[in-house]
Ligand binder design. Structure first.
Ligand code: NAI
Length: 251
């Protein structure tokens, strides 16, 4: 067996219809995993990825679920087990932004970002962990953000959720480690996706100036790290936060 093969493994990726989630799904498929692609509303994008994944010789299904809702996360995990029998990898990627300065931030903007970006990860981990505990193996990878480490003006809700992900990751790693389950967080910097497309060229140029590698990252840059963490190459790594940010934040 190759060192990084995920052959016959099953991976759930939340928010897999575009951006970083899409790139992660394709990377895991390249490594041989069967995929459960979660989407919230757009089956269209997800159907295209299924085709692309199946061309790689692995299987994929799409499951609609709003991961901020506990019962829908349960439905997602149940669909995965019904189809593939086991779940070896969970990637909590789904996320939203509702940016605004504190004085203008509405209560519902705070709640919705926490509910998707933080509670959503709890919901999926809660339902997947029982299966992984029985298997005595599993890899959980949570997508955080560098702003969860540094904070960011105008993103109080988002930064709080992403910081919460770090505490959740480390606590789950401590609880689940004795049963062979690793839990890690990935903290991307500025990655070129629909989420950052809304920024003006001027803002993007300013951001580039703060990045030692002087360029924005690609979804594939994040997917490469997730692929590594999902493989046995990362068997002895748990409870860690690893940045993919061109050197923007150095701890
Ligand atoms: P994106 O907006 O392109 O994709 C997010 C995906 O999550 C979409 O497919 C969306 O439908 C899905 N989603 C949103 N709410 C959902 C829900 N309730 N249930 C199920 N799916 C839901 O964003 P992007 O850039 O691909 O981000 C992916 C992850 O990476 C997010 O967690 C984001 O916070 C994080 N991230 C992104 C950075 C960037 O610069 N693009 C930087 C740091 C972190």
């Amino acid at each position: 067996m190759q060192c990084c093969s995920l052959k016959d493994k099953t991976a759930i990726v939340t928010g897999a219809s575009r951006g970083i989630g899409r790139a992660i799904a394709l990377r895991l498929a390249d490594m041989g995993a069967n995929l459960v692609l979660n989407y919230r509303s757009s089956i269209q994008g997800t159907e295209d990825i299924i085709k692309e994944i199946e061309e790689k010789g692995v299987k994929a299904i799409a499951v609609q679920a709003d991961i901020s809702k506990f019962e829908e996360a349960e439905k997602l995990v149940k669909a995965a087990v019904d189809t593939f029998k086991s779940i070896d990898i969970l990637v909590n990627n789904a996320g939203i932004t509702k940016d605004g300065l504190l004085l203008r931030m509405k209560e519902e903007d705070f709640d919705s970002v926490i509910n998707v970006n933080l509670k959503g990860a709890f919901n999926t981990i809660k339902h997947v962990s029982g299966i992984m505990l029985k298997q005595r193996s599993g890899k959980i990878i949570n997508i955080s953000s560098v702003v969860g480490i540094t904070g960011n003006a105008g993103q109080l809700n988002y930064a709080a959720a992403k910081a919460g992900i770090l505490g959740l990751t480390k606590s789950a790693a401590r609880e689940l480690g004795s049963r062979g389950i690793t839990v890690n967080a990935v903290a991307p910097g500025f990655i070129q996706t629909d989420m950052t497309e809304v920024l003006s060229d001027k803002v993007k140029e300013n951001i580039k100036g703060t990045i030692p590698l002087k360029t924005l990252g690609s979804p594939e840059d994040v997917a490469n790290l997730v692929g590594f963490l999902a493989s046995d190459m990362a068997a002895y790594i748990t409870g860690q936060v690893i940045n993919v940010d061109g050197g923007m934040v150095m701890q």
